[in-house]
Design a binder for this molecule. Sequence first.
Ligand code: PYC
Length: 310
Amino acid sequence: MHVIDSHTGGEPTRVILDGAPDLGSGPLSQRAHRLATEHEAFYRSVMLEPRGQPAMVGALLVEPVDPTCVAGVIYFDADAVLGMCGHGTIGLTVTLAHLGRIELGRHRIETPAGVVTVELLDENTVTVTNIESRRVHCGITLDVPGYGAVTGDVAYGGNWFFIVDPSPIPIETDNIRQLTDMTIAIREASIAQGIGGEKGEPIDHVILQGGTPEPDVHSRNYVLCPDDNYDRSPCGTGSSARLACLAADGRLAPGEEIVQQSVIGSSYRLSYRPGPNGGVIPSITGQAHVIAEAKLIFAENDPYKAGIEL
Ligand code: PYC
């Protein structure tokens, strides 16, 4: 299996070029469902240590259904198949350029959540125009064991987010363990208390949103992913969900650009335009760097062929 690894603001993406199971030629949402339900061992073995690393997101390249798209992609981490992934799309775009498959300029990429547009601005810099994102619940209060009442919004940006703004814990690297514990408790409380998307879709990511003393930076976030790791980047789908909340609250005008930092200090430039269905069409600009080209080996006599499962 040939892979190319990159990172987007510190968050790793592994693009899988070959050697993956055949998922058929149906709609990408159907192929993503097959990956999730029939090939869990495959995607976990690629993401888990010792082959993978914490926080890594896989990007399985597939044939797009829409012929105007340069690629189809299904994203996943060690614990879930994702609808969309913003940092992964920036990493994938830079990887496609590294492979000589695309040039500078605009391209369309098909994901299970819909078609997104990318603009490769230079070797490392990409603007992703995401699918329409929206807030579906405002000011929901959860009873979070160990933390009490926690109020936040539920929003969609290609994945489902519970967003707490402002965070009760400062968004600092020294607090990563506390931030992780609290966001896991929030996600578990949201599931236990039946809080999710419009059709009951479970919350898969939690965001704690905080301030920053840096004058040019709008805010800083901590984002919990399904594998209980935190996003080293500011999270593209999370930033999209956040833009939907800012727009719904009248806190950010269409076209106005803000800088969003991750907990480690990497940043995206964000803006939006109004979407056709009452949400927002987010625009996310960030940078990715290719860091490895590798052939993964799955030897039958390797005791950790399936990855380290604890
Ligand atoms: O950037 O959308 C994102 C993302 C999702 C999970 C990790 N990163």
